[in-house]
Ligand binder design. Structure first.
Ligand code: CP3
Length: 362
């Protein structure tokens, strides 16, 4: 929404499928526990939630990976579970166990109590963080805002935390489909309001994380995940032409649905490593930009093997289309883990720029 164009606009150009001098790269969970400076800020804040809810600290950790690596984007430091938290579910974290809700959604009566939270009230801290980060970035790279997908948020809301088999949310889907659709509908309204507010506060790219869409059978994926992703892509107001704020739909396990996702109205699709970018590009037929898709575990390999895998990924994307890297945003197929070596992250980021700038993938 700002009038100042970012100095490094590779990401925005790639998402518009315009030529770039080198493939842009950012990494999911680029701020996190693998960085000692993150662990220091977290210790000072006392907890992950205190850090995410204090705009100055959220801003500080957002900028940490950019100070170290030649990344082409910043991503807001926050969490997808801020939205159900603001819907009254009471988010908390147990060390080693991940996120939990004090008041999960277990009945039709619980669904009936859900509401779209006030973006200027309960979620004000997120918008304040976005504005502050934009100011501190001073146009160096674009800022990505994000939300969870309705289905992925529903998984946490109903399970009450992470899950092995999604038994509770799948039981609700089977036994109370109307209530599940009401839950997903209101959550979709909340996601649209949340992303719009982030855009108004200064986010220049928006990503939806559908982390758990891939746990559904195809007919259920289409009915309970894709339908709501499409509604977001259709209804989210994001400007027109060159000023349009690109929307990226990332999904783990979304490979079988890429042709349908390419028709959703989103500008870009994020893909995991279970499909080659060559196949992903072919089956989306130039309708969208693609983001991905190195297996994060490649970072456990040696620097030489990381460079090889980067080259292979760039080549795969090029082969799926006209032989160029136009329309590709380099990323992992999922996030970085706490036990990864920051020096390997550097090797990856630098290799993306080096190989793509020299067209070594051709
Ligand atoms: O990518 C980034 O750098 C931006 C920050 C970001 C976080 N979470 C920070 C975070 C983003 C985009 C998310 C999204 C998120 N959160 C998703 C979707 C993406 C994905 O990874 O699939 C999901 C499913 C969540 C829910 C969640 N929050 C989980 C499963 C966890 C991990 C729990 C753990 O202990 O490992 C969190 C906490 C969380 N969110 C951390 C970070 C850096 C770790 C918190 C810590 O410091 O202990």
């Amino acid at each position: 929404m700002s009038k100042i164009a970012p100095t490094n606009d590779r990401l925005l150009r790639a998402l518009r499928r315009e030529p770039v001098d080198a493939t842009p790269v950012w990494l999911m969970r680029q701020a996190g526990r693998y960085l000692p400076e993150y662990r220091a800020t977290r210790a000072r804040a006392g907890s992950f939630l205190a850090m995410a809810k204090t705009p100055e600290l959220a801003c500080e950790v957002t900028l940490q990976p950019l100070a170290r690596f030649d990344l082409d984007a910043a991503i807001l430091f926050s969490d997808i579970l801020t939205v159900p938290d603001a819907m009254g579910l009471g988010l908390y974290f147990v060390d080693g166990e991940g996120p939990k809700f004090e008041r999960p959604i277990r009945s039709v009566a619980d669904v009936d109590k859900l509401f779209v939270p006030d973006m200027a009230g309960e979620l004000r801290y997120v918008m304040d963080a976005v504005s502050l980060i934009r100011k501190e970035l001073d146009g160096r790279v674009p800022l990505i805002g994000f939300s969870g997908s309705p289905w992925t948020l529903a998984c946490y809301m109903v399970e009450g935390g992470g899950s092995e088999n999604y038994s509770k949310v799948k039981a609700m889907l089977l036994n109370e489909p109307a209530a599940m659709h009401r839950l997903l509908d209101i959550t979709t309204d909340a996601v649209i309001a949340y992303l719009s507010a982030q855009r108004a506060a200064g986010a220049q790219v928006l990503q939806v994380f559908d982390t758990w869409g891939g746990v559904l059978a195809p007919h259920h994926y289409r009915e309970f995940s894709l339908r709501y992703l499409s509604r977001i892509a259709q209804e989210l107001p994001r400007g027109d032409g060159g000023d349009r704020t690109p929307l990226i739909l990332f999904g783990k396990g979304n490979a079988p649905y890429l042709p349908e996702l390419a028709d959703s109205g989103a500008e870009a699709l994020g893909v995991d490593w279970l499909i080659s970018l060559e196949d992903a590009r072919r089956c989306t037929a130039g309708k969208v930009a693609l983001q991905g898709n190195l297996d994060p575990a490649m970072l456990y390999g040696s620097p030489d093997s990381i460079r090889n895998e980067v080259l292979r990924t760039l080549g795969s994307y090029a082969r799926g289309g006209d032989g160029t890297h136009t329309g590709h945003v380099f990323n992992l197929g999922h996030g970085l883990s706490p036990d990864m070596d920051p020096e390997h992250v550097r090797v990856l980021v630098d290799a993306v720029h080096e190989f793509s700038a020299q067209h070594m993938f051709a």
